[in-house]
Design a protein around this ligand. Structure first.
Ligand code: C5J
Length: 227
């Protein structure tokens, strides 16, 4: 059976269902100066550094015809989908909904909310706007996965310990086989990324698997060739 060489052990690829790539929140608000990430006091260069690797993963998965999903964290202009608790805690010099250098912070449709141009979705790929950290909360992601018979998720994006890990845990509880792509995810805190990778694959893969972009593309290539 085709597999991806992964930790803590081989990630078996499915026989009768599909694998998808999910790229989490590679949007200007988290990657560029002036966006939400920087307003919260973070060094956004750390997140931006993975863009070439995520691009390689994305293009590799496109060339292998995998279904591709992109998520985008954001709220409607009137903030009716933003819990008061989130507004209160997401506070740097500015907060969600305030006007910043990239438009209103974390508001759908504003310049800062766009997926960066290098990784922008192309025709046929699914964009999932999400009000929460996890991509399943208050979105139609699960409906879209079921419609495509997807059971296996390759997960990349930012930030590792927040939206990426939350999504991975939500997916794990729903029965999806999840693999976090180690070099295609980043945190503003390198130690949090490392801890998340270890947490995911601890205890026999309690949340899932981790592997590098090269390992993922090699495994998916052999899966396609066998199928
Ligand atoms: C955060 C995210 N960190 N995409 N969002 O607020 O991880």
């Amino acid at each position: 059976m085709p597999f991806i060489a992964a930790q803590p052990y081989e990630y078996e690829l499915p026989i009768e269902s599909q694998i998808a790539l999910i790229v989490i929140d590679m949007q200007r608000d988290f990657l560029e100066p002036g966006g939400f990430g920087e307003v919260l006091g973070n060094e956004v260069g750390r997140a931006n550094a993975i863009v070439p690797t995520v691009k390689r993963l994305l293009e590799g998965c496109r060339s292998l015809n995998l279904p591709i999903f992109h998520t985008q964290e954001g709220h409607c202009a009137d903030l009716s989908d933003c819990p008061k608790s989130k507004l209160k805690r997401g506070r740097g010099d500015l907060t969600i909904g305030d006007s910043g250098k990239l438009g209103r912070i974390l508001i759908l449709g504003e310049p800062g909310n766009e997926i960066i141009s290098e990784l922008a979705p192309i025709a046929g790929e699914v964009l999932i706007p999400k009000p929460g950290k996890g991509a399943f909360y208050n979105t139609d992601l699960e409906v879209q996965l079921i419609a495509r018979n997807i059971t296996h998720l390759l997960i990349a994006g930012v930030t590792t310990e927040v939206c990426v890990q939350t999504t991975m845990r939500e997916a794990n509880d729903r029965g999806y086989e999840c693999l976090l792509v180690e070099d295609a995810t980043a945190s503003y805190f390198p130690e949090f990324k490392q801890a998340t990778l270890e947490m995911v694959r601890a205890q026999g893969g309690i949340v899932g698997w981790t592997a590098t972009t090269d390992q993922v593309l090699e495994g998916v290539r052999s899966w396609k060739a066998a199928g």
